[in-house]
Ligand binder design. Structure first.
Ligand code: ME8
Length: 535
């Protein structure tokens, strides 16, 4: 299996502040990246901002500042949010940086020289919001954007085009030969039926009607159209076309590196049709996968500022902790499917997984080891009965399914399997009845074995959950007395690794939330932006 891994989020438009939808995508990528690092993969995790385009220019004008000042301000909000959520990205690319800017100009010139890009003129229906041209059929009689439903305007301008016709057959062949390239699979049929079969027009790759973009060197007045600018971030950030291109060699050129782009459904077309064509034209390998995640919805539809139904993330993190918010996002919204945020489910999920399941297991185990063995974890000897054997086998099986499911990007399922192990360990306590074993001196070995198994399972579960529980897993280890050199993936799988260590009863890590109070608190948070808008 490949031991190198490159994962990217979309580069977001800094046209407004980030919300829970952006936080969702970035957090899931972070959980995946941390999971790979835990298992010893050399990992590169990229996120960043897509800072050019007409929308940003207009927003800046409306505020009376320069586009650069505007994006600098919003960029801070994104980087602050990533810090709050403890996102472990290795780089943060902004498309206004010279390393990106200059490389895009080189790529554009290369395309012109090879005749993959040619000058012509464009007439079509244009949506300012989506920054996309549409055909007559796509905008329909009402002349609205098929993506966002806003009115479109008829525009004609000189423009450069990318020769899609030259690459489309190769693309379909690539899909066929790489069935996992687009995941979930249903998205592939959508691309073929909606865009490729009806006939793919050459893609417009320059604009003359606004100036906030990367200038085309070949022709004054043209700037590079946002999607050619934006998509190439995935290679410019690694050093493509630049002097320092070590990361590019390691994480792109090396065929052994698995490359995963995680995106929302709204931008599938660009990542699965145009991006592979640009790469082919550059004579570069394709990404291994484009994974399309679902949308975070609210009861009244998609989260959006204008509807006033966005959840501000920082107060949520402040109240419930970063681990809790990350856990909710990963567990409650199945990766690859749409999900709906409700305050009720948020609180219920935290209580079920953390207070009732994991927290309960930890508290009971640490208390029992204190009570029966003066806090010293008894040595693991063997599985003494079927109960021991079953929980031990389940622990081993969980590691296998965790790895397999994570590699398949079934991330929600991967973590569900760990919580299943935690539930099984709680049941193992009930079935083994250590309180009864403690009363009979002849059953001492069984009692020792029970505690050794419990400590081993919590140590393993805490390790497997560490990509989500970025602060609490360490606190779990503190309570189990796990020494720093034992805090790694290999030792965590070894029953007996904790023999003789001393547990430390600490603060309650996952207190039960009062549902009525907390649901009310979240509802107030959700109402706040609406009230502000009304004021
Ligand atoms: O499209 N639920 O940027 P963008 C889940 N700059 N995810 C959501 C979401 C929601 N409610 N809202 C947004 C762009 N997202 C381009 C990308 S990439 C080369 C260029 C996430 O700011 C989701 O991943 O509109 C979606 O694809 C992305 O934000 C779009 O961000």
């Amino acid at each position: 299996m490949s031991k190198k891994f490159y994962i990217t989020t979309p580069i977001y438009y800094p046209s407004a502040s980030p919300h829970l939808g952006h936080a969702y995508c970035t957090t899931m990528c972070d959980i995946i990246a941390r999971g790979k690092r835990l298992r010893g993969f050399e990992t590169f995790f990229l996120t960043g901002l897509d800072e050019h385009g007409e929308k940003i220019q207009k927003n800046a004008e409306a505020k009376g500042i320069s586009p650069q000042e505007f994006v600098d301000e919003v960029a801070l909000k994104f980087t602050n949010l990533w810090e709050t959520l403890k996102i472990s990205n290795d780089d943060f690319i902004r498309t206004t940086e010279p390393r990106h800017y200059e490389t895009v100009q080189k790529i554009f010139s290369d395309f012109v020289a090879k005749d993959d890009v040619y000058l012509s003129s464009y007439k079509g229906w244009y949506c300012v919001h989506e920054e996309s041209f549409w055909t007559e059929t796509q905008v329909g009689e009402e002349h609205v954007c098929p993506d966002c439903g806003r009115p479109v305007e008829l525009k004609e301008e000189p423009a450069y085009f990318f020769r899609c016709s030259k690459y489309v057959d190769g693309l379909v062949k690539y899909y066929d030969e790489n069935p996992k390239f687009i995941t979930p699979e249903g998205r592939k049929a959508e691309m073929i039926n909606n865009f490729i079969k009806p006939g793919l027009n050459d893609l417009c790759v320059s604009r003359t009607t606004f100036s906030w973009g990367i200038p085309v060197k070949e022709s004054e007045g043209h700037v590079v159209y946002v999607w050619l600018d934006a998509l190439t971030n995935y290679i410019t950030a690694l050093g493509y076309g630049q002097e320092n291109n070590e990361n590019f060699k390691k994480f792109w050129l090396d065929e052994d590196c698995e490359i995963v782009h995680v995106i929302g459904a709204d931008i599938t077309r660009f990542h699965t049709i145009y991006w592979p064509m640009f790469l082919k034209a550059l004579d570069l390998r394709q990404p291994s996968r484009v994974f399309v995640h679902g949308l975070m919805m609210m009861k009244d539809g998609k989260m959006s500022k204008s509807k006033g139904n966005v959840i501000p993330v920082p107060p949520l993190v402040e109240r419930f902790g970063v681990d809790a918010v990350r856990l909710y996002l990963c567990r409650e919204i199945v990766f690859g499917q749409d999900g709906q945020f409700t305050p009720e489910q948020f609180v219920e999920r935290l209580n079920a997984d953390l207070a009732n399941n994991l927290g309960n297991l930890l508290n009971r185990t640490v208390s029992m080891i204190n009570k029966y063995f003066d806090g010293i974890i008894p040595s693991f000897k063997a599985d003494l009965n079927d109960l021991d054997k079953n929980i031990h086998e389940l622990a081993e099986k969980t590691v296998k399914s965790y790895e397999y499911l994570n590699d398949e990007l079934k991330v929600t399922e991967a973590y569900a399997s760990v919580f299943d192990l935690v539930s099984a360990a709680n049941k193992y306590i009930e079935d083994s009845a250590p309180w009864a074993l403690a009363k009979d001196p002849e059953k001492k070995e069984l009692l020792e074995s029970c505690m050794a198994h419990l400590a081993a399972v919590i140590y393993l579960a805490g390790t497997l959950l560490s990509p989500i529980l970025v602060t609490k897993s360490e606190k779990i280890f503190d309570q189990l007395g796990v020494t720093p050199e034992l805090r790694n993936y290999e030792d965590a799988q070894r029953f007996g690794a904790l023999d003789g260590l001393k547990v430390v009863k600490g603060e309650q890590l996952f207190p039960r939330l009062d549902a009525t109070v907390e649901i009310e608190y979240i509802k107030q948070l959700m109402a706040a932006p609406k009230e502000k808008a009304a004021a």
